[in-house]
Design a binder for this molecule. Structure first.
Ligand code: DX5
Ligand code: ZN
Length: 219
């Protein structure tokens, strides 16, 4: 069964509370929190996403799926673990050494969240293999990180199936999450490639009925 993680990056200003509540009612599996520091990616959503995380925590029991697009991963883990997210994901490209990757994995585990590592479109999938035994989620970016509403990069489908084949062959049990440009047109092929958590922002937030689109993406 595929899970849906709704990205709240592009929620309408001034309608945040009602949006969160209707997403809660629509039973999204996760709220996907896109944390950007203005350095790893151009936009800076850091403070806003901190506020949203603690607010959602207050009004909903649905889990948070925190996606750190930041250079200072340690600070991101410390700041966002306050909201007790289900998953904290950081970018492999933000780490300068294998030791740093392993330290971040350890830090997330100690904070009580599941560990995710994300890779950008141009990063070879093989770079993640050595970390797979230590993490719970691999977040494959299907757009260039930094903003919502982009078109899915179809080359990423091959990358996802390569990861899935590798995990099956090595008996590695991890969740494969895809993020960016996912909608009713692209979801089918993404699922066939082996993804079990779909992130969608625009496709869900532009729909008149969140529950309908979330159920359709999931089915
Ligand atoms: C992009 C973010 C994605 C994005 C998804 O940097 O990581 O989560 O918000 O939004 P859509 O579904 O609109 O591509
Ligand atoms: Zn994201």
């Amino acid at each position: 069964m595929v899970e849906i993680s709704t990205s709240i990056l592009t929620i309408e200003k001034g309608r945040e509370a009602e949006t969160f509540l209707s997403l809660e009612k629509s039973k999204t599996d996760y709220f996907h929190i896109d944390v950007m520091d203005g350095k790893f990616v151009e936009k800076d959503t850091y403070q806003k996403m901190l506020e949203y995380s603690t607010y959602i925590k207050r009004i909903s029991n649905l889990p948070l799926d925190v996606h750190l697009m930041v250079e200072d991963v340690k600070k991101g883990i410390e700041d966002f673990s306050v909201a007790e997210p289900n998953i904290i994901t950081f970018h492999l490209e933000a780490c300068k050494s294998k030791e740093e990757v392993m330290e971040n994995i350890q830090l997330i585990k100690e904070s009580g969240s599941k560990v995710g590592i994300s890779i950008k479109p141009e990063t070879d999938i093989k770079e993640i293999y050595e970390y797979l035994p230590y993490i719970h989620v691999c977040l494959v970016m299907t757009v260039e990180p930094g903003k919502g509403g982009q078109t899915l990069i179809t080359d990423m489908l091959g990358k996802i199936s390569e990861l899935k084949t590798y995990c099956d062959r090595k008996n590695i049990e991890i969740d494969i999450e895809a993020d960016g440009g996912i909608n009713l047109k692209t979801a089918e092929r993404i699922k066939q490639a082996g993804v079990n958590i779909l992130v969608a922002g625009t496709a869900i937030l532009m729909a008149s009925d969140y529950k309908v689109i979330i159920d359709e993406l999931r089915s």
